[in-house]
Structure formats: structure tokens, C-alpha cells
Design a protein. Sequence first.
Length: 462
Amino acid sequence: MSLDLDQITLQEQFEAHIQTEDKLAIRAFLDDQNISDVATLVDEYPEYEDSIIANMSIHRAASVFKILDLSVQKRIIHELPPNTTASLLNELPADDRTDFLEELPSNVVRELIKLLDPEERKITLSLLGYPENSIGRLMTPDYVYVYPWNTIEEVFTTIRKYGKDSETINVIYVINEKGQLLDDIRIRDFILNPPEKKVEELMDERFVSLHPEDDQEMASEVFKMNNRVALPVVSKSDKLLGIVTIDDILWVAEEEFSEDMQKMGGTAALEAPYLDVPIFKLYKKRIIWLIILFVGETLTIIAMSNFQKTLEQVLVLSTFIPLIISSGGNSGSQAATLIIQALALGEITVKDWWRIARREIFSGIFMGVTLGIFGFLIIYGGYQFFGLFGEHFIRIGFAIGIAIIGVVTWGTIMGSMLPLLLKRLGADPATSSTPFIATLVDVTGLLIYFGTAYLLLKGVLL
């Protein structure tokens, strides 16, 4: 079959090659594509996903496999023959392999580990032994190291010998005879110096390292602050155990962002893509928070019940309840979102709570005054143009305006302080989700509203 490859799309080329059933031609075609393009083919042709992986050179197959969604990876592993599965798992970088295995049931993991080469099995079991979400789960033992007494010429000999199996050669690690990390040196420093110069002459012993028990989210901050593509992982005795690369940290950051967004929306974090989560599991993830928020909203009913007589005497107050509680809830949600994001980016810490409180108090007052003026103008306009709110519309307008100032200010304080409190207690600030903040502010906002109305309207309408 003659193919004019320049004039047809990638999908059409793939379909044409599949129809030929020529495995050598299919392999040549797939190996000639970008990794991301092959991953797209896997997504668009699920009926061929295992065939695509099986018909690629094992190195490129591993590169495609590690960027696929977990659900797709599981299906492919289930469909591949044992020998292909063994080759694929052995070819995967240790950190990516560990990341995949930790998502599988323990009985499946045991069977897959049996397929690994002895050395790879040892490495994988070691990484799986570290706590979940720790740096130990992400680190890879594939890196290039040299000694202080090596010359730059010897360094390049080492790179040529071992660099092809390394995750990155942008940074070369210097260790002593005990395996302790002494320094990390960028490859450009070796390139720009003469071959006879020794490594120790380039060392400044200023490096940043991680520990295998460190939290992955914390490591993301370290990468950002130090602008590195890789960081070494050392033991308590400073022995170099492995490295963590920026690509793994970017995956962590994406997962953390997704998890925080889900929590801020008032649901427990999902461990899989939305469409892959079973309906009953999705129900369990969401119903817990809904029950908590539902029970919380009953406090709103209690608050309103206590002011039932007030509402009966001044019916107009009930008209503005949605306006009052939405203003407080919105201001609280705004503050919570800003503080959670600032905590995640490392822009603030719990120690900054007083500075944050002062800023939010002033912001709340300014926003409250602005919205309060609008509230007053609504009352004034309603009387002037439609004859609403009665002869005491001025007092009612002031009651509404002042209540809005109080509710909005209180909402910003609650929204900004609750994430900091949770952080201080060791919990995830994202769990102070916007629905949770809104529920709290609803209850307290009603108390502020009715309390203000009672004080300003007592003896006139009450």
C-alpha cells in the first residue's frame, strides 16, 4: 500500500498502517512519532492501546506508558502478555514504576514485582517502603556521580559510560568514598573548564538536598525557591540515596492542585479521573461534606427561629436575608481562596496571621462600606420610586447598610483565619472549603443582621 504521509493526518496514517498488519512497518511508524502523539493515539484508539505499546521499541513504549492516565495504564498492563509486561516494568524509571505500583491492589503488586529483574525488584521494594506522598516514593537511583579527585576529563568519561541510564545529566553529584554527598555541580561548569582541572577545584559545597521522608508538596516549594531541575535525596548520615527530577515534582503539583480544588468545592479528593470513579464511590466522596454542610445550615434555621417575632413585626427584614448572607459568604469565600493559594505558593505562613488579620479587617471594612452604601441606596430608591419600605425607610436603610458592613467584615476574617488555624493544627487548609466557610458565615451573619436591626429599629418598628 502506497502512503503519501505528508498529506494525511496522524490518525489516518495510523489507521492505514494498522490495516497493513505489517508489524515491522507499524513499529517503524510508531517509533518515528513524538511520545505525546503516540499517547494521543492511545487515547483515541482504546481498542488498540495494548497493541500500540506492544508494537513499539521497549524504551519508547516505557516513555509513552508513564505519561498515560492511571486507568489506561491498568488496562494495558492487564492486556499485555507477561513477557512484554516484564520488559515494560523493567524499562520504566524506578520512580515512575513505584508511582504506578502504589495505585494497584497489594495482590497485583506482588505478582508484578515477581516480573522484575533482581536489581530492579530491590530498588522498587525499597521505594515502596517509604511513606505515601514522601520524596522517597519519587526518587530514582539513576544519576551520575563522581569523586573530588576526578579530573574533568574523567568526569566526561563517566558521563559517556553511565549518562544514558541517568534521569538527567544536567547536574553531576560529588560524593566521597563513604557515599556521602559533598556537592552538586552543573554540567556547564565542567564544559567551561579545562580537562585537567579537578572536581574539587569547582566545589563550593553549597547545595540543597532533600530527605526521603520529606513531604512531596514541601519538596515542590524547594524546587521553586531554588530553580532546580533535579535535587539530591540524602539519608540522615548524608549518604546520597537518589535524586528527584522536576518532571516528577510537576506531576505532584498538578495532583495537589486538583485535590485542593476538589476540597475547596466541598468534596473529598478523588484518587482517579472523574469518569473512572465508580458512582457509589463518588457518592461517598460527596455525601459526607453535604451532610456536614446540611447540619450546619440547620443552625441558620435555629438563628432565624429565635428572631421569629422580629420578622413578624418587620417583614421587610426577611426580604434582605438572601442579600445579607450571600454578601458574607462571598466575602468569606474570596478571603479563604486567596489565603489557601498564598499558603500553597509559600507566600505566607501561619506566623503571618496578625498581618493577614489586619489586612483582611481593613479590606472587609472597605468592601462592607461599599456594599452597605449600595444596600442603603436600594432602600432609598425603593421608597422614592416604588413607595416601598414605609415611612421609616431611612432607619431600615441604615440597619441594612450597617449590617452588611458587619457581615462582610466578619466573613473576610473567618475566611482568612480558618485556613491558617487548620494549617496550624496540621490539617489541609483546603478543607476549609468555600461551602464550609459560607455555611459558618450564614449562621453568624444572621446573628449580626438581626442584632443590628434590633438595636437600630427598637422603639420604632420593634
